[in-house]
Design a protein around this ligand. Structure first.
Ligand code: LLP
Length: 432
């Protein structure tokens, strides 16, 4: 019935997450509020780890892409689940270090890391730095040399794969700001440059073809392209690349129309493709990494809002205004992302209305969803938007000086706050 296994309806007809009544949560903690089911998040982590064990003999690592939702508690959970972490800024590194996440299991991405960030990563012994461009390679080499260190790097490659997803979240094609192109010879040139650059140790390659992808074929294709490049590197330079990071991008269910593949359905054909290519090209089977973000956290949270005005415009539409909006969920305004919306206190009733859910910002485009099927709602109802665990809080803003919501986690029937609600005082904290 629901887009996520952590959701249900109780005897009062209320939506539950992890077995806890969302209407009670809204009453106790206020709205807007984002609520995660910890057990469901951990289940997802384990499913990925198991799929590497099962199909790849455990010769790999699952990195949580912390950009999906980074905070101390998520880092602690991923550390406990023996995962690594994809970090993409000094701030994400800082958060992970504060949470006690082992630095050697962090992988530092980004197309324009600052020199301070590179230095910070080296000082803290971040495991791998994923180099994006020749300028960065040079800068890193100078910084590492000055610090008397050797930087272990991956190179980010554009495998030339066009995954079918929203334009802004496609990254593997040649027209992308990320990484080195294969077709132009740029990637091979940089491998050679890396090999002769002081204080640099090239150990792996990385690619990431996009996000919210349902087809398995582009992932298999990307793995084959990367393996072929590893073979070319060996034959042209003698360098053996021993680690291959294939990125994230696995789609999740936002609505009933979304049909994500099971994790194993990805890992099995990808593992087979890698092993076949290794045998064919006489190169070692690499240590493999994958970087799920959305598929770890996305479907395992809901955002709860309180309904304010309900505005019927005859023959036009009905606006249902809520006490949050683009400040906690900018994904509709950015990507026109589809969501399932429900009335949490009438979750057992038929979804017999079609409405536009509008945020409270001074901006006409501040919508969470248009033409959404929902129960008949009125002022003070609790509205739930499902699958808001990834790229919601992490992309939240203070537009209109709206404080960011609190974030909670339920586990085994207990609820705890993992990020406090921002206060008005927080809105002026850095003002002078
Ligand atoms: N690895 C790299 C290098 C990435 O750039 C990303 C996402 C991931 C892993 C994780 O991808 P995932 O498994 O979460 O799809 N803000 C957009 C999504 C941007 C994704 C950026 N990179 C959204 O809200 O849909």
């Amino acid at each position: 019935m629901f887009v996520s296994k952590c959701l249900n309806v109780n005897e009062k007809g209320h939506l539950t997450i992890g077995g806890v009544d969302t209407v009670d949560i809204a009453g106790k903690y206020g709205t807007p509020v984002i609520v995660y089911d910890e057990n469901a998040v951990r289940d997802n982590c384990r499913a990925f780890v198991r799929s590497i064990d099962k199909y790849y003999g455990g010769n790999g690592r699952v990195l949580y892409a912390s950009k999906a939702f980074s905070c101390l508690e998520m880092c602690r959970i991923c550390s406990e689940e023996n995962m690594g972490l994809d970090v993409v800024s000094g701030g994400e590194i800082y958060t992970a270090l504060k949470a006690g996440f082992p630095a050697d299991r962090m992988y530092f991405h980004g197309n324009n890391k600052s020199e301070d960030e590179l230095k910070y990563a080296l000082e803290n012994n971040v495991g791998r730095i994923v180099v994006d461009n020749p300028e960065e390679l040079k800068a890193l080499s100078v910084i590492a040399k000055d610090m008397g260190k050797t930087a272990s790097i991956y190179m980010r490659i554009k495998p030339g794969i066009d995954a079918h997803t929203h334009n802004f979240i496609r990254t593997g094609q040649i027209d992308s700001k990320f990484g080195f192109a294969l077709e132009t010879g740029e990637a091979m040139e940089c491998v050679k440059l890396a090999a002769e650059t002081e204080s640099i140790n090239l150990v792996g390659l990385h690619c990431h073809i996009g996000s919210q992808i349902f087809d398995i074929d582009p992932f298999v294709h990307a793995a084959q392209v990367m393996m072929k490049f590893i073979a070319d590197i060996k034959s042209q330079t003698g360098i053996v690349i021993s680690e291959l990071d294939l990125g994230g991008g696995f789609g999740i269910k936002y609505t009933e129309e979304d049909k994500p593949a099971a994790f194993g359905a990805y890992m099995e054909p990808v593992s087979n493709a890698i092993k076949a290519s290794a045998a064919e090209n006489d190169i070692p089977v690499p240590f493999v990494l994958i970087e799920p973000g959305r598929s770890i956290a996305g479907a395992e949270a809901v955002t709860l809002y309180t309904v304010g005005a309900v505005k019927h415009i005859p023959n036009v539409r009905t606006y249902v205004s809520i006490d949050g909006g683009m400040t906690d969920n900018p994904r509709y305004i950015l990507y026109q992302s589809a969501y399932t919306v429900l009335c949490a206190n009438k979750a057992d009733k038929p979804r017999d209305s079609v409405v536009t859910v509008a945020g409270k910002c001074c901006e006409s485009g501040d919508l969470i969803q248009e033409n959404a099927s929902i129960q008949t709602v009125e002022r003070d109802d609790i509205l739930a938007v499902l699958s808001t665990g990834a790229y919601n809080y992490s992309m939240a803003s203070n537009y209109n000086r709206v404080p960011r919501p609190a974030v909670l986690m339920v586990k085994d029937g207990n609820v705890r706050t993992i990020i406090n609600r921002e206060s008005y005082e927080d809105m002026v904290r850095n003002d002078i």
